[in-house]
Design a protein around this ligand. Structure first.
Ligand SMILES: [Mn+2]
Length: 412
């Protein structure tokens, strides 16, 4: 059995991954979240890898929780550090509670170049189709998933019963589904090999994404029964069941860390929560669109991060580095003028302009698109390019808007 302590477990998993090819366990099971590498993806991967590694019959070799980001990007997630650190809760009686440092996590930077698909098994959390370089290298070795996105029908549906999970269910947070999947194993482990300090960190890792993704279980359109149940599971481990102040204090701390962008540059902010997709148009051209989700509004960015020119320079550089045809920025405004969401679209060539225009034509009403900021960020004049920023009148986040743009890209 791999070590019970989370810190030691991560060390063992890292050694298994980075060992010379001849000494690496075969096959090596890797658990990975989606490329936005948000709190939900990261915590879900750690939890699923940890619990499967400690549950017979999977515990013969350690599962590697892989953070789907480069090592340098860990620092963009102060809320993850808070989830990984000691509980400040008064109910934690033991004085030896130890947090886990952010840099003990395993990232794409550690993924060996000589790792081949045939020697690996991949379990996906918080997505159900690998993307980017991982897809090119390892798609055929995906064996299971636990996810709350639309089923892309890539994970084989006839996975060996009992061996690998294939769970796709709508709910607020993927971590809720992971906790639900692992809760019996967790109970058993806590009984057979008690380690309160480790269980507290695991419980905070479970609680953090669920609270963030459901707005402290208060967003009724996002919160499902499984989210509430998994919060109960985690809180019973923490000994805080029914103590709503503790829950709210943790949620407030996470929100504060997550929403404070003032220490970052546009370069940081645009890649902090980022996903991209490539689609084939009806004339068989490839179009790539990249979506940056931002937890503050466009006004906040222009006031706190940099002016219009700085935003354009940052976004153009971001797009060039990733060969994007379309760059999209989706923002959430909290303060200035009340809650709102903005969508900035920038098309960099004629085919891309066609796709974005098709998107607008088709979905203007559905999304209730209105020009933002008197057209401050718009550009209809540059030859072969097109850029507009809207406010949209729906609760749609990237999860709902990206599929619409992808459809429009395929249609032109
Ligand atoms: Mn998620």
């Amino acid at each position: 059995m791999p070590p019970r302590s989370l810190g030691a477990f991560l060390k063992a998993a890292r050694s298994a991954l980075t060992a010379p090819a001849s000494q690496r366990p075969k096959p090596l099971t890797i658990v990975v979240g989606n490329e936005s590498a948000d709190l939900d993806s990261l915590c879900s991967a750690i939890l699923l890898a940890y619990f499967r590694s400690h549950t017979p019959p999977h515990n013969a070799s350690v599962h590697v929780p892989l953070c789907n980001l480069d090592r340098g990007d860990l620092a963009l997630r102060p809320e993850l550090q808070a989830a990984l650190s000691d509980s400040k809760s008064k109910s934690s009686s033991s004085s030896n509670l130890q947090g886990v440092p952010l840099d003990s996590l395993i990232t794409l930077t550690e993924l060996p170049d000589d790792l081949v698909a045939a020697d690996t098994r991949w379990l996906l959390v918080d997505h159900n189709a690998l993307t980017g370089d991982l897809a090119k290298r390892f798609q055929k070795s995906v064996v299971g998933c636990i996810d709350h996105h639309v089923d892309e029908r890539v994970v084989p549906s006839l996975v060996e019963k009992g061996e690998y999970p294939r769970v796709i269910e709508t709910c607020g947070s993927c971590a809720s589904l992971v906790v639900d999947y692992a809760k019996d194993a967790w109970h058993q482990l806590a009984e057979q090999e008690p380690d309160e300090a480790t269980d507290h960190i695991l419980a905070r890792l479970a609680l953090a994404p669920i609270l963030v993704d459901t707005s402290n279980l208060k967003n009724a359109s996002k919160t499902a029964d499984v989210d509430k149940q998994s919060v109960s599971v985690a809180e019973s481990v923490l000994g805080t069941v029914g103590i709503l102040e503790e829950r709210s204090a943790f949620f407030d701390e996470l929100s504060r860390l997550k929403n404070d962008l003032t220490q970052f540059t546009y370069r940081d902010i645009l890649r902090k929560d980022y996903k991209q997709w490539q689609e084939k148009t009806s004339s068989y051209a490839d179009l790539t669109a990249g979506f940056s989700s931002v937890v503050q509004g466009m006004g906040y960015l222009l006031d706190n991060i940099g002016d219009r020119e700085a935003l354009f320079n940052g976004l153009k550089k971001h797009a060039q580095e990733r060969n994007l045809d379309i760059a999209a920025v989706m923002t959430v405004q909290h303060d200035e003028g009340g809650f709102a969401r903005q969508l900035l679209l920038w098309a960099f060539n004629e085919q891309a302009v066609k796709a974005t225009n098709a998107f607008i034509e088709t979905y203007r009403e559905k999304l209730d698109l209105k020009p933002w900021g008197d057209g401050l960020l718009d550009d209809m004049a540059t030859e072969g390019e097109w850029r507009t920023c809207w406010t949209h009148g729906t609760q749609f986040s990237r999860k709902q808007v990206a599929p619409l743009l992808r459809e429009a890209m395929k249609s032109v």
